[in-house]
Ligand binder design. Structure first.
Ligand code: HEM
Length: 70
């Protein structure tokens, strides 16, 4: 249980897959495999970067709750 939500193994796998897809997109933006026009490019990269930090931390906390460590 985390904040009243029951964390399941399937939810951790689904969440981790989504975080991984966002990370791949971020690396593709950073290395310009995906190109956006002008300032929008770095704006998307910056906010996706911050979102990744929050998503990654949330994924880790949920996984710790699943393992009964917190
Ligand atoms: C091969 C991978 C990557 C490359 C080549 C790359 C490249 C860059 C470059 C060139 C900038 C400067 C943009 C500017 O001039 O404003 C930048 C900014 C940034 N990158 Fe990446 N990046 C990569 C992966 C990542 C990843 C994995 C994350 C986060 C998890 C990330 C987060 C950020 C953030 C938050 C900024 C904004 C920093 C700021 O403007 O103060 N990047 N990146």
């Amino acid at each position: 249980m985390l904040a009243g939500i029951r964390v399941t193994y399937e939810a951790i796998i689904a969440g981790g897959t989504l975080v991984f897809i966002a990370l791949v997109l971020q690396v593709m933006l950073g290395s310009r495999v995906i190109k956006l026009k002008g300032r929008l490019h770095w704006r998307v990269h910056r906010y996706l970067g911050y979102a990744l930090v929050v998503l990654g931390a949330g994924h880790a906390i949920a996984a710790l709750a699943l393992l009964g460590k917190i």
